[in-house]
Structure formats: structure tokens, C-alpha cells
Design a protein around this ligand. Sequence first.
Ligand SMILES: Nc1ncnc2c1ncn2[C@@H]1O[C@H](COP(=O)(O)OP(=O)(O)OP(=O)(O)O)[C@@H](O)[C@H]1O
Length: 281
Amino acid sequence: MSHVIIDHVEKTFPGGKNAQPFTVFEDISLSVDAGEFVSLLGPSGCGKSTLLNIVAGLDTASEGSVSINNTQVTGPGADRGVVFQEAALMPWMNVKQNVEFALKKQHSKKEASARAEEYLKLVHLSRFLDSYPHELSGGMKQRVSIARALSMDPEVLLMDEPFGALDEQTRMMLHKEVQYIWEKTNKTILFVTHNIRESILLSDRIVLMGTRPGGIRKIFDVPLARPRDPSSEEFTALEHEIMSILEKEIEKVMREEMGDDFRSKKAGLLYNSNSNMGDHI
Ligand SMILES: Nc1ncnc2c1ncn2[C@@H]1O[C@H](COP(=O)(O)OP(=O)(O)OP(=O)(O)O)[C@@H](O)[C@H]1O
């Protein structure tokens, strides 16, 4: 049974006074099964966040539609939880209060308290219920934000570069955490990233997007057993295969953005994006 269906979706932003309308992507179709972990990977500006926002109901498609369990998305809903790059916690509330806040609209005070504690335990923050956001590391804040989204018991978790602003060690720790959560809760996860290695580590499938024209270039299955070893032959082979397609897309973006400067800087820029494929591209 398909859980999330993205059906021939196009997004065109209207032009301003001096600008032409801009089509980010057209004709995107994708089905995500219940319990599946799917990453959207692609160069900056290809529309990963725009697509995720359309699924979240925070933006609207210009053409086509999105449905969750056969119900068309017309706006944000409790069936979808969203985690952004910045945790956006309320600084005057402690960790538990931040999670309880939305829960209190749907649950009694006692239930909200129990649920907040349950989900903060899931992300291993039981010792920090009374801490305030300024007392937490970036990784801990992001775990609060994940607990907050999960505590509403959404069917689908939408994550927009949730670890993009974190250092490498914290990111590695949260990769483990998110795999544990996914296995434990069986949520359907749609995950936006720039990071090839992150997408291979976590996903069942990787949707590689490109630009100009924006759209899906290729969908990769990741048949590797978990936990995955980034130094294994199969892992690095897939990393190279994805990079070879992505490199062309990155080059296209750079050519448009840099014009004449592109030729002279190409070698260095491509070397940099190639030399550390696990990092941002
Ligand atoms: N509200 C808007 N009005 C006009 N153009 C927009 C708007 N939001 C996004 N865009 C444009 O749409 C394109 C896709 O943006 P989006 O943020 O979805 O890309 P992305 O793949 O998530 O990029 P990044 O990886 O850098 O976050 C970009 O060219 C961006 O400038």
C-alpha cells in the first residue's frame, strides 16, 4: 500500500515586477510506502525543500497533487510531523514544556506530560526534561525537535536537512538515533539532504533530483543490510555512482550561477565537491 503519493507535481513561483515566473520542477511523481525511509538528494536549488513543503502542506503545488493514505493534502495536518534544520524551540520553556506545548491542545494535562516524557526518553533526553534550550547542544535541541514531532504520533515524518547545521560527530550520533527511532516507531520518513553518505546510510531509496529542468533524475534502491558500513565496497560503489550523476547537476548549477567565471574555477570547485563526498555538496 502506498502511503504518500506525489502525483505529477509541478511548482512554479509567480514572477515579480521585473522577474519571469520560475518553474522549480515539473511532473514529479513518487510513491512512498508505509514505513519506508526515502531521501530526496540533489544540488542546491533543485527544489528539495519546496517538494517537502508541498507534502507538509506548507506550500501548494501549481499542478498535480499529494495524498497521504488516499486523502489529498490541502494544508498542514496532524498526520505529518516536520523537523527543520533549526530546532526552533521556545527559549522560555524547558525541554519538557516545549514538547508538551502542542500536545496540550489534543490531550489532557496528565496525558500530555506522560507523552512528552515517553518521547523524550525515546531520544535519550530523560535527564534533561527541566533544561532550557540555551543549556543544550545543537544535537540535543534537534533531538527535542524530533521528540516534539513524534509525540503528535504523525504517520509521516518529514525532515528537511535536520542535521545540516551540526558538526560531523553530532551528525553521526544522530544518524544512529534516527535509525533507532525509525526501527522502533515504524514511521514513514521523507528526508531532505545534500549529503550522499547520509542518504545511503539511512535510506531504503534515494530520489536523486536535478535542476534546469528540475525533476527526478534517478531513484536508487539501497539494498545494503543495516547498520551500514560507509567503508564497505558496496557502499562506496553506490556513493560513486550517485556522485557521477550529481556532478553533472552541480556543474549545471555552477555554470548558470557563475557564467564566464565558471571555466576558470571549474577544476577547483569540482575537486572540492568531489574530494569530500560525505560533506555538503
Ligand atoms: N517563495 C519563493 N519565491 C520564489 N522562488 C523561490 C521561493 N522559494 C524557493 N524559491 C526558489 O526555488 C528553488 C528551489 O528552492 P529550494 O529551497 O526548494 O531548493 P533546495 O533544493 O531545497 O535547495 P537547498 O539545498 O539549497 O536548500 C530555488 O531556486 C529558490 O530560489
